[in-house]
Each structure stands twice: as C-alpha cells, then as structure tokens.
Design a protein around this ligand. Structure first.
Ligand SMILES: *Cc1c(COP(=O)(O)O)cnc(C)c1O
Length: 434
C-alpha cells in the first residue's frame, strides 16, 4: 500500500491534503496514517493466522523505531505487546496504555534501576545478553523478593546481508550470546534462585529483505531449544526478533510480510513454545513521511542544491547509513503549493536535497531529478521508522511537529518544540566574586 495518493490538489494521505497539513501545522512535519499503521499490524496478524499461529503468537512492536505515544496507544489497542530497550521506553509504553505483561525488555546494558522498574511493573520477559547481566538481574530480583523471567538472546553467527551498522547477528557484534556458549549459560541461569528461565530470542539485524539468514538462524535456535528440553530446561517461548525490511527505493521492492515470514514460520509450525516477534521498521516505516518545504534554490557549476527546512537532525538515516528515501513533490509539476499565483513550469533538474545544518553530511537525498521552485512542498517518504525517534536538537533546531491522519481528520500528536524549551534545562555559572 502506497501512503500517498495523487490528486489535482496535490498528494493526499487518506482523506487529507498534505498542503492543508503544511498550512495548519507548518513544516517540517512528520505525518502518519492511522490506516497504514493498522494495515501493517494486520499484515502480521494475518500472516500468523494463515499459518495457524494466531492464538499463541505475540507481536511485540519494537518501540525504538517510533516511540510516539499515539502510535504505541494504537498498537496497544490492536492487541500488540512491546519490545523495549530502556526504562524510558517502559514508562512510555505504560503511559500509552500498553500492558506490562506483554513487554519484553531487550538491550545489552540494562541498569539496576531499569531492572527494578521492569520487575515492579511485571513485564513478560528480560531478553538477557550476557553472563554478567544474569548475575546482576538475579541480585536485583533477590532484593525485591521475586524471580525475573528471562530469555537469552543468542547470536547465531549468520550474516544478514544488510548494512553493517544495523547487522547484529555476527560473532563480531556486541549483541547477544554466542550460540555455542548459550547452553552453559542456560544451565547457570537455571541454577540462580531469583531467575525463571522462560525463553530464547534472536535478532540478527534490520532491513532484511531475504528471509534465508533468519531461517538459518531459526534452525540453530531450535537445535538449542531441543537440547535444553533434553537437559530439563524447557522453554515456553521462542522470540524470533524483528528486522523485516521495507521498500525504500521505487526500484527495490521488499517482500510482503507473509512471504518474508513463510519459510521462518514453516520451521516453527507445530511447536509448543509460544511464538514472539519484535517487528519495528516494518510496522511503521511506510506509514509515515516527512513533509518539508524548499527554502532556497542554489544552482551551482557542479551541483545544484535545494535547501529544505528539514535536516539531518529531523531525519538522520541518510547521514548515518547513507540511506535512500524517496522524495516527491506534493503538488503536480507546474502548480505551486503556495499562494504566489506563480504557475510557471520549472524544468526538471538534478538536485542535492540538503538541510540548513552546518555539516556536509546534512543531506536528505542526492542527485534527485525534480522540477523545483522555492516554496515547493516535498514529501520524504518511508520516514515512519527511525525518523522522529532519532531526531535531535543539533544546531538548536526545535524538533518537528507530528500529526496522524485518520480518515478525513488530522490530529496533532506532538506539537513542534519551541526554541526557549531547548535551553530551559540549562544554567550559566554563578558570577565570580572578584
Ligand atoms: C531494533 C530491534 C528490533 C526491531 O528491528 P526492526 O528492524 O525495526 O524490525 C527488534 N528486536 C531487537 C532486539 C532490536 O534491537
């Protein structure tokens, strides 16, 4: 499903024109579609349902992809659980109406305070990533007179064939426990009085387009699960992580959720352990875009620069991973999005689409063929995941507003920050007495 639909009055999301959103909320502005979010979630549910997993399987949305309260609240209302990586995300999920008993807590470094908060809330499971974390968690649970439910995140040493920064399942990664030492670590965990061994989890990377590496990882995970059962350490759930890729480039399609999951679910069908998934990007990525306006056109001898009002601080993926986001004009060529009355047809040229931040890495797109005029609105597509969640205030730039379209209505879900708020927590040193 494509997020935007063309219209003589410019692109629409559901029943709302992007020009109206820009006029009411300003730019840059993140725009999400409730229908697209719900459809992405239904895609997972239906794929699981078709393979007979429905009653058992738990979809734990990976909060880090987009932690907006409105999005968390929507997924919670659809029955989702959550995969969190910090105490902050735990608080967000609870504030958004998520259920603690559907939360799994991932991450290589959990503080004791975060462990205590998660235990007090009563989360479903801690996804533990080291021997030391087992020892610490056992101690914290002991202090609270309780037992911490745990899973070990195993590292199956498969190459997910994705960007090295988002590849996590190789031996060289900081993530997880090498699968060949996991059995011994499960025995250690089972010996600790304040831990309850529940499951196993595995997440090999992000933006995966080929399910083969994940399916290979499942084989290794299942062999370990069976070995553990034989050693009287039965597991009650298998968490296969997230990582499913989405389409960013018009020429690089991604498999459907059903097609991606098919070879993985086939290996898991008929097993008694409950299935848990942790999708992030694939639930939100193509349900959001970043709406921005061209401020300055700066044609040059070697390159033409279009300077827009969104920048690397709003959407970091191009600068961080050299990631591609499709960039489209909101209005058809020849029609201006402002009220200038100027309908002159500008010719298509190749543009570097860049932000105003003082870094050469501040680009949103390279070498894009667009017919641009100053004032034009642009939509940077596929920006729902790792967009606002990674936004910063670099250059003392207020973070963008976020809105969610629902049918013919549009709701402000996070107002634009104000400049004074950006230094409200700061203070200068007291005057020095001479
Ligand atoms: C980031 C992450 C996810 C989500 O990954 P996506 O590629 O966004 O689906 C799931 N599980 C863990 C442990 C993660 O670190």
């Amino acid at each position: 499903m494509r997020l935007t639909t063309p219209h003589p009055d410019g692109l629409f999301i559901e029943g709302v024109a992007l020009t109206d959103i820009a006029a009411h909320f300003g730019t840059p502005c993140y725009v999400y579609s409730r229908a697209a979010l719900a459809a992405a979630y239904a895609g997972y549910r239906n794929a699981l349902d078709a393979q007979g997993f429905n009653k058992h399987a738990l979809i734990c949305y990976a909060v880090k992809a987009n932690s907006s309260l409105a999005i968390l609240n929507l997924f919670a209302s659809l029955g989702a659980g959550f995969d969190i990586v910090s105490g902050g995300e735990l608080a967000r999920v609870i504030a958004a109406g998520g259920k603690a008993e559907k939360i799994v807590f991932s991450g290589v470094g959990k503080s004791r305070e975060e462990m205590r908060a998660a235990l007090a809330a009563g989360i479903h499971c801690f996804n533990v990533e080291s021997a030391s974390e087992l020892t610490q968690l056992n101690a914290v649970a002991g202090e609270l007179n309780t037992r911490a439910p745990i899973s070990l995140r195993v590292n199956p040493n498969v190459d997910p064939k994705t960007h090295p920064y988002i590849s996590t399942g190789l031996k060289s990664a900081k993530f997880g426990i090498a699968i060949d030492v996991a059995f011994a670590l499960y025995q250690y965990a089972a010996s600790l009085p304040h831990l309850a061994v529940k499951g196993i989890d595995c997440h090999i990377g992000s933006q995966l387009l080929d399910p083969a590496p994940a399916a290979e990882a499942i084989d290794k995970v299942l062999a370990l699960v069976d070995q553990l059962a034989g050693a009287n350490i039965p597991l009650t759930h298998i968490d296969i992580g997230g990582g499913m890729g989405i389409q960013y480039h018009p020429d690089e399609p991604a498999p459907s959720v059903a097609d991606y999951l098919a070879p993985i679910l086939k290996k898991l069908s008929g097993r008694n352990e409950r299935l848990i998934l942790e999708p992030g990007r694939s639930l939100v990525g193509n349900a959001g875009l970043l709406l921005t306006q061209v401020m300055v056109l700066k044609p040059g001898e070697e390159k033409n620069f279009a300077i827009i009002d969104a920048a690397m601080n709003d959407l970091m993926r191009p600068a961080l991973y050299d990631a591609y986001h499709e960039i489209v004009k909101v209005m058809p060529n020849g029609i201006r999005s402002d009220d200038s009355g100027d309908t002159a047809q500008t010719a298509e040229q190749r543009w570097e689409i860049v932000g105003p931040v003082c870094e050469s890495g501040d680009f949103l797109g390279h070498d894009r063929a667009l017919a641009l005029a100053e004032g034009d609105l642009l939509a940077i597509l596929s920006a729902g995941a790792y967009g606002m969640a990674m936004a910063s205030n670099y250059n003392t730039r207020p973070r963008a507003a976020e809105v969610m379209v629902d049918g013919n209505k549009v709701h402000l879900i996070r107002r634009r920050e104000e400049v004074a708020e950006l230094f409200a927590l700061e203070s200068v040193l007291p005057a020095k007495s001479a």
